[in-house]
Design a protein. Structure first.
Length: 376
């Protein structure tokens, strides 16, 4: 499992560069194609396929625990309330959705997008187990667990206080042999072409990356219950996320330095930001960026740099450029966590980051947000 995870993470990283180029150029082409409806539909198909592939790489990264996470203090009940309507549409009218929240639920610290991913995957799994309809129940609870609990459930021992989410269905259930394999990547009981086999392995990877664990109980014909345990946040911790005013105007006139060793990706970022009015400098590596900064007369307001590059990585490049342009902001971009800006998959505080593959609007919005933060 660990070896497959390492392989999956490496493949996903390289693939994210390619997907950024595919999706981004499809978006650029869609801006130019107005009258030719047939051509527009074909380009939209390319973009849709790229988006689906990007979703698949996110699952691979989650399984391999190489997804960059940006944890926030969360109330799981609030998150469930926010996505309840979406879950209802997902399971259809023939499945009853029942929510049983713990009124005084403890808070936890996790990446909201990842926790939504866990809930969605468990919900889809439950739906597939109930083709004739049934009941899906999502419960939350607080639990203080001692060593005896872990022994009783034959799972690794991590005593402590946990926020628990139980997702139960009244579906077909699973036998003991199937239960042995459900968290393995690409294992599926669905017909060929009906599933990737990554749903539950993704859930497993996310839960592990957030220092939790997962337990499952099922019997044939008796339904299934998944219990996700995530550590309670330490006392005194406060929500880290600042409310940001949404950016409406994405245009700008500042000078932006793009440092990226992939020529096609660098060209895409340049075109995107030039379209919004920015002046662009570009380098294919850290050494090139140093040279450009020494030669350039005038301020450089922002550098966008890939994290992992030959000879000199993005973090070292930023540190060496800081004396030359002390006011220059930095946005790091990457598709995985094996680098200097994260620790155990968690983004270091105070750093600006955009994850590959990104959309053209996502890049322009991030640039504007970071530049405007100078004036706050």
């Amino acid at each position: 499992m660990e070896a497959i995870g390492t392989l999956a993470g490496g493949v996903a990283h390289d693939f994210n560069n390619i997907l950024t180029i595919i999706i981004g150029n499809a978006q650029l082409a869609l801006m130019d194609v107005i009258k030719n409806e047939s051509l527009r539909k074909e380009i939209e198909e390319i973009k849709t396929a790229g988006d689906r592939a990007a979703s698949l790489t996110r699952q691979l990264l989650a399984f391999s625990r190489k997804q960059i996470i940006q944890p926030k203090v969360l109330d799981l009940n609030e998150l469930l309330t926010d996505i309840e309507k979406m879950l209802g549409r997902l399971i259809g009218e023939d499945i009853e959705l029942l929510s049983v929240p713990e009124p005084a639920l403890w808070q936890l610290e996790a990446d909201p997008g990842q926790i939504e991913q866990v809930i969605m995957n468990l919900t889809i799994n439950a739906k597939d187990a109930m083709p004739m309809g049934g009941k899906l129940t999502i419960e939350t609870d607080n639990m203080d667990l001692d060593e005896s609990y872990f022994c009783e459930h034959s799972i690794e021992k991590h005593p402590g206080s946990y926020v628990v989410m139980a997702v139960s269905d009244t579906g077909s259930g699973m036998d003991k042999e199937t239960l042995k394999h459900i968290f393995e990547p690409f294992f599926t009981t669905k017909k060929v072409g009906k599933g990737t086999g990554l749903g539950l392995s993704t859930v497993y990877g996310i839960v592990k990356q957030n220092n939790g664990f997962i337990w499952v109980y099922s019997e044939p014909g008796q339904g299934t219950t998944f219990k996700v345990y995530l550590p309670r946040i330490k006392a005194g911790a406060e929500a880290k996320a600042k409310e940001q005013t949404p950016v409406d105007d994405l245009s700008g006139s500042e000078t932006v330095l793009i440092v990226e060793d992939d020529d096609s990706l660098r060209k895409l970022a340049r075109k995107t930001l030039q379209h919004h009015g920015y002046k662009i400098l570009e380098a294919e590596n850290g050494e090139g960026a140093l040279r450009i900064c020494k030669e350039h007369e005038g301020p450089i307001q922002l550098m966008i740099t890939d994290v992992v590059m030959p000879k000199m990585g993005g973090k070292e490049t930023a540190e060496r450029l800081q004396p030359l342009h002390p006011q220059m902001k930095v946005i790091y971009m990457s598709g995985y966590t094996d680098d200097a800006i994260v620790h155990h998959g968690v983004l270091a505080p105070g750093l600006n980051f955009i994850e590959k593959p990104f959309t053209l609007e996502g890049l322009a919005r991030k640039v504007r947000e970071v530049l405007d933060a100078e004036h706050e």
